[in-house]
Design a protein around this ligand. Sequence first.
Ligand SMILES: Nc1ncnc2c1ncn2[C@@H]1O[C@H](COP(=O)(O)OP(=O)(O)OP(=O)(O)O)[C@@H](O)[C@H]1O
Length: 255
Amino acid sequence: MEPILRTENLTIKFGGQTAVDHVNFVMPNKHFKSIIGPNGAGKTTFFNLISGELKPTEGEVFFKGQSMAKYSSIERTRIGLGRSFQITNVFPNLTVMENVRLAVQSKQKVRYQMLRHFSSYQEFRTEAEQLLEIVLLSKKANSLANELSHGEKRKLEIAMLLALDTEVLLLDEPTAGMSLEEVPAILDVIKQIKQKGDKTILLIEHKMDMILDLSDSIMVLFNGRLLADGSPEEIMNNETVQNAYLGGLYDEHLA
Ligand SMILES: Nc1ncnc2c1ncn2[C@@H]1O[C@H](COP(=O)(O)OP(=O)(O)OP(=O)(O)O)[C@@H](O)[C@H]1O
C-alpha cells in the first residue's frame, strides 16, 4: 500500500552546508513516528521541506503518492499535511477562543462556500470549545493569546492545528521551553490524539523518555542524514546511533 507520506532523496543546501542530505523516508498511514537527532541535525529543516515552507535543492516529498513539488504550504495544509502552528500564526491580541474559532472557520470555509450557506458563529465556537477541552485550555478561553505561559501557547498551537483537521500532524517540539510541571499535560494531549487513532503523527522531540512509550517508530537524523529508522527498541540498541551520540556529540537534551 502507498504510504501516506514519503520522501525521495530529499536534500537542501544552504550555501556550502547540506542541512538535509538525500533523506528517503516512509511514513505508513496512522503511524506515530518521532524524529530525534542532535542540535543542528536538520530536524526542523526536514519538517519545513515536508510542509512546503522550504523548497528542496534536490528530491521530492510525496503525499498519498502525489508529488508535493508544486504545492505551497497553505495548499499542502488544505490537502491534509498540517504543521503545528508557530506562534507567528497566532493573533496575539485576540483571545484563545477567537484564535481557535478562526482556525475552525478557515477549515470550514470551503465546505460552506460550496453549500452557499453561512454557518452560525455559534457552531464554530462550539467546535473551538471542544478543541480547547482536548488540549486542556478551557480555563484560558477568554485570555489574550499573548498573556499565555509558554506551555499554554504550545497547547493553543496544537488546538489550532487540530482545528484544521488534517490527516497528517507535524509537531515540532511541542514541549520545548516548558516547565517540568507543564510537560505531562501536553504529553496527555498527544497521547489522546494518538489513541483516537485517526491521525498520522510525526513528532520532533528531544525528550527520549517521552517518545519511547508513544512512538511506533523513531528515526534518527545526524548531519542531515537519515542515520536509522526503526522501532524504539531497535533504535535504543542500534550501535551506530549509540556511537553517534556517545562519540563526543552527545546532546544533553537526550539524557
Ligand atoms: N534558513 C537557513 N539558512 C541557513 N542555514 C540554515 C537555515 N535553516 C537551518 N539552517 C542550518 O541547517 C542546519 C539544520 O538546522 P535545523 O534547525 O533543521 O536543525 P534541528 O535538528 O532542528 O536543530 P535543533 O534541535 O537545534 O532545533 C543548522 O546547521 C542550521 O544552522
